[in-house]
Design a protein around this ligand. Structure first.
Ligand SMILES: [Fe+2]
Ligand SMILES: [Fe+2]
Length: 134
C-alpha cells in the first residue's frame, strides 16, 4: 500500500477513536447522573476493542513506512503498554466496579488523545519527499 493511503487510513481511524472517546465521556456522565452503568460498560468496551484493532492495523501499515528503526521500536514499545491498558479497560468493562471503570476510562481517554496528537504530529505528517521516492 502506498504510504499516503496508509496515512489516510490511520488518520480516519483516529477520527473514529475520537468519536468513541466522546461517546465514552457522555456515557460516564450518564453513569454518574442516571446510574446507567450499562452505557458506561458498553462505551468502554467499544473504545477498548476499536483501539486494539487500531494498533494492530497501525503496526501492519506503519512499521514498514516509518522513516527509521528508532521510530518503529518506539511505536512498538508504546503499543505494548497501550495494549495492556486497553486489555485492562476491556476487563473492567465486563465486571469491574463502576468507580474503577470510570476512573480507568478517564485516564485511558486522556492518554489516547495525547497519543493520537503525538502520532499525528511526529509520525503521520505528510512527507512528500518519502512519497516521491516510493
Ligand atoms: Fe499508535
Ligand atoms: Fe494511532
Amino acid at each position: 500500500m502506498r504510504l499516503e493511503a496508509a496515512r489516510q487510513e490511520i488518520l480516519a481511524e483516529h477520527v473514529q477513536l475520537r468519536d468513541l472517546v466522546s461517546a465514552l465521556d457522555t456515557a460516564a456522565l450518564s453513569a454518574r447522573q442516571e446510574g446507567r452503568i450499562d452505557l458506561l460498560r458498553a462505551a468502554a468496551r467499544a473504545l477498548a476493542a476499536a483501539f486494539l484493532r487500531h494498533i494492530e492495523h497501525e503496526e501492519s501499515l506503519l512499521s514498514p513506512a516509518l522513516a527509521n528503526a528508532m521510530q518503529v521500536r518506539a511505536l512498538l514499545a508504546e503499543h505494548e503498554a497501550q495494549r495492556a491498558a486497553a486489555e485492562r479497560l476491556l476487563e473492567l468493562s465486563r465486571t469491574g466496579p463502576p468507580g474503577d471503570l470510570a476512573h480507568v476510562s478517564r485516564h485511558f481517554c486522556a492518554a489516547l488523545l495525547d497519543d493520537m496528537a503525538y502520532e499525528e504530529e511526529h509520525l503521520l505528517r505528510a512527507r512528500p519527499e518519502v512519497g516521491t521516492r516510493a
